[in-house]
Design a protein around this ligand. Structure first.
Ligand code: ATP
Ligand code: MG
Length: 565
C-alpha cells in the first residue's frame, strides 16, 4: 500500500492516561484512537493488525472443527433472568430498554445466547458434538477501564461454546481446545503459560487460563521453577509448610496481651514463629439474598486468598467488615480467635490448621490471648495464598510468582447454563438430557496490546511476524528524484509479487520524519531507497537485530530471502 493514500495519524503526543508502553505505541503509531473511557476506534493500521490476528485464530479453530457464527450483540434480559445471571452479574452488565419498554443487555459474554441458539436447533444426540464460536463485540462496564486495549469496555472477544452428550466427550474437546489455543498463541509469537484457574464454587481443574507473561499484568501467577506447574494465585496450591522452629512450650492458659493486636507484636512478645499463631480474617460474605460475617482462620505466616475464601462459603463476594459490625456480634477486632467463639459465627479453617498443636489464638475478649491451644477440627479448606518459596506439590520444586495478562480462558461448564435454560437433547434411548458444555474465550482486541507489550524495546514496539501490519517498509528518501521513485516502485511491485506485504512511503516529506514514522509503526524491516542507488544499492534496516546493511539492487530479492523472517 502507499503511505500517501493511508490514514496513519502518527503523533509525538503521549496520551495522558497511558501507563503501558503498548498503549503509547498504539496511539503514537496511529493504530487506535481514543473515544471515551474504555472505548477506541481502530484506524486502518489497527484494523489490518486485528484482521491478521483474527485469521490465525480462525485458521486454527476451523482446523479443530469449530464453526463460526455471529450472534446478536444486543441480548434480551429475559435470557439472563432464566440463567439467574441478571442479578449476579452486577454493574458490568449494561442494561437498557427499547421504545416498547422491553429490557435488553449489551452482551458481555454469550453463554445464554448460545444455549438459546442450540436449544432451538439441536434435538438429538446425533447432532452432537458441536463447537460454535464467534469473534464479536462485547461490552462490560468495567469499573476501571485502562491500559489501552487491555481492559476496554467495548472489546472484541472470540467466544466459543461446545455442546456434548456426556462429560467424557466434553473433556476431549476441552483438551483439543487447550492444544488449539496453544497453537494460536504460539503462532502469534506470544510468550505465554497455561495455568490452572479459579473455577468458582465448582472447583476442580475445570478451568485453565492462557497468560501472556508480562510485568504489567494484573494477575499474579504461581509457577514452578522445576516442572511446568503454573496456576493463577486464585487457584494455586503448594505443599503445606513444615516449620523447622520448635512449637512454643506452654500449657493451655489465658495471657494478658494489652493492646497487642497484630501478629508481629505477638511474635515479639511470645518469641515464636508466626506459624504458631492463628490469624483470623473477618469478612462479610454477600449472598443472593442475605449476608453474614465469616471468620477465616489461617496460620500467622500465611495470607488469605480472597477468591478461594469466597468459594469456600459459596458467596457472591466478600467485603470488609467494620470494627462496629464485629462488635454487634460480640467480636473484638485484634483479639478474635477460635476459643470461646459464639456457635452462631461461621468459621472456616485453612487446611494447614488440621491437627495444629501449641497454637496461640485471640481469646475473643479484649486484651487477652490463649496459648497452648490444640485444635480439634474436622473440616478444613484451602483458603491460603501460595507464597514464593513454597514447594510444588508435583515435583517438590520451588514456586515463585510472576505476572501475566490473561489472553484466553477455557472452562468446563457442565450443565451450569443448559440445565436452568432447559436446553436438552434426546439421547440414544430417547431420554431428554441437558447438554454438557465447555466454553472457550480469547481476548482478541486485547491481544493487539499484549503483543506490543511483550515485544517493545527501548526504540519502541515491533510487531511479531504474524501480527505485523506489513513485512517491509520501503522508504523513498526523496520522492522528487525520479530515479529513486522508479527503483522504489519497481522493488515494491516485485516484493509484492513474491508474497511480501509492503508499505511504500511515497510521501513528499523529510527523510528524518519518515524514519521516525517507520519506527513508530513497529514494522521490522525497511528498505531505504536513496542516494546509494547511484552505486546500485539500497539500505536494509533491520530493527529486530538493530542492523543496517547495503544490498545490491540486482540481487536484492535473493538477498532478502535469507534476511527477512
Ligand atoms: P479479566 O480477569 O482480565 O477481567 P475475565 O476473567 O473477566 O478477564 P473472561 O470472562 O474469561 O475474562 O473473558 C475471556 C477473555 O476476554 C479474557 O481471557 C480476556 O482476554 C478478554 N477480556 C476480558 N475482559 C476484557 C476487557 N475488559 N477488555 C479486553 N479484553 C477482555
Ligand atoms: Mg473481567
Amino acid at each position: 500500500m502507499r503511505y500517501s493514500q493511508l490514514l496513519i495519524p502518527t503523533s509525538k503526543e503521549i496520551p495522558n492516561d497511558a501507563v503501558l508502553s503498548s498503549h503509547i505505541s498504539l496511539v503514537r503509531g496511529g493504530f487506535i484512537q481514543h473515544v471515551g473511557s474504555g472505548l477506541y476506534n481502530l484506524l486502518p493500521l489497527g484494523k489490518i493488525v486485528l484482521e491478521k490476528i483474527k485469521k490465525v485464530i480462525k485458521d486454527e479453530l476451523d482446523e479443530a472443527g469449530a464453526q463460526e457464527v455471529s450472534l446478536s450483540f444486543v441480548t434480551p434480559l429475559s435470557l439472563w433472568e432464566e440463567s439467574g445471571r441478571a442479578e449476579k452479574y452486577g454493574k458490568e452488565l449494561l442494561r437498557f430498554k427499547d421504545r416498547k419498554d422491553n429490557s435488553f443487555v449489551l452482551g458481555p459474554t454469550h453463554e445464554e445466547m448460545m444455549v438459546n441458539l442450540v436449544r432451538g436447533s439441536v434435538k438429538s444426540y446425533k447432532s452432537l458434538p458441536l463447537n460454535l464460536y464467534q469473534i464479536n463485540t462485547k461490552f462490560r462496564d468495567e469499573i476501571r477501564p485502562r491500559f489501552g486495549l487491555v481492559r476496554g469496555r467495548e472489546f472484541l472477544m472470540k467466544d466459543g461454546y461446545s455442546f456434548h452428550a456426556n462429560e467424557e466427550d466434553m473433556l476431549r474437546e476441552f483438551a483439543l481446545m487447550e492444544a488449539t489455543y496453544s497453537k494460536i498463541f504460539t503462532r502469534l509469537g506470544i510468550d505465554f503459560r497455561v495455568v490452572e484457574a479459579d473455577s468458582g464454587a465448582i472447583g476442580g481443574s475445570g478451568s485453565k487460563e492462557f497468560m501472556a507473561i508480562s510485568q504489567s499484568g494484573e494477575d499474579t501467577l504461581v509457577v514452578c521453577k522445576e516442572c511446568d506447574y503454573g496456576a493463577n494465585i486464585e487457584a494455586g496450591v503448594s505443599a503445606l509448610e513444615v516449620c523447622e522452629e520448635e512449637a512454643p512450650e506452654a500449657d493451655f492458659a489465658q495471657f494478658y496481651t494489652p493492646n497487642l493486636t497484630s501478629i508481629e507484636e505477638l511474635v515479639d512478645l511470645f518469641k515464636v514463629n508466626p506459624y504458631y499463631m492463628i490469624k483470623i480474617v473477618a469478612k462479610k460474605a454477600l449472598y443472593d439474598d442475605n449476608e453474614e460475617i465469616v471468620l477465616f482462620a489461617l496460620r500467622g505466616s500465611d495470607e488469605l486468598e480472597e477468591t478461594k475464601a469466597t468459594n469456600s462459603v459459596n458467596a457472591n463476594e466478600l467485603v470488609d467488615v467494620s470494627v462496629q459490625e464485629l462488635e454487634t456480634v460480640g467480636l473484638v477486632a485484634g483479639f478474635m480467635g477460635v476459643i470461646n467463639l459464639d456457635d452462631k459465627i461461621k468459621i472456616i479453617y485453612d487446611n494447614s490448621l488440621l491437627n495444629a498443636k501449641n497454637m496461640i489464638t485471640g481469646a475473643n475478649k479484649r486484651d487477652y490471648h490463649f496459648v497452648g491451644v490444640n485444635l480439634e477440627i474436622n473440616e478444613t479448606k484451602d483458603i491460603r495464598a501460595v507464597k514464593e518459596g513454597d514447594k510444588c506439590i508435583h515435583c517438590g520444586g520451588e514456586l515463585s510468582y510472576t505476572k501475566g495478562i490473561e489472553v484466553g480462558h477455557i472452562f468446563q461448564l457442565g450443565t451450569r447454563y443448559s440445565a436452568p435454560l432447559k436446553a436438552e437433547f434426546l439421547d440414544e434411548f430417547g431420554k431428554a438430557k441437558p447438554f454438557v458444555m465447555g466454553t472457550y474465550g480469547i481476548g482478541v482486541s486485547r491481544l493487539i496490546s499484549v503483543i506490543l507489550e511483550q515485544s517493545s524495546n527501548l526504540k519502541g514496539a515491533i510487531w511479531t511476524k504474524q501480527s505485523r501490519p506489513f513485512d517491509i517498509y520501503i522508504l523513498i528518501s526523496n520522492v522528487k528524484n525520479k530515479e529513486q521513485y522508479d527503483v522504489a516502485f519497481e522493488l515494491y511491485k516485485n516484493l509484492k509479487a513474491l508474497g511480501y506485504s509492503v508499505l511504500i512511503d511515497d510521501r513528499n516529506d523529510r527523510f528524518g520524519s519518515k524514519i521516525k514514522d517507520f519506527e513508530l509503526l513497529g514494522i521490522p524491516y525497511s528498505l531505504v531507497v536513496g542516494n546509494k542507488i547511484e552505486d546500485k544499492k539500497v539500505e536494509l534496516i533491520n530493527r529486530l537485530n538493530d542492523s543496517k546493511e547495503l544490498l545490491e539492487i540486482e540481487t536484492i530479492l535473493e538477498s532478502l530471502k535469507s534476511r527477512i523472517e
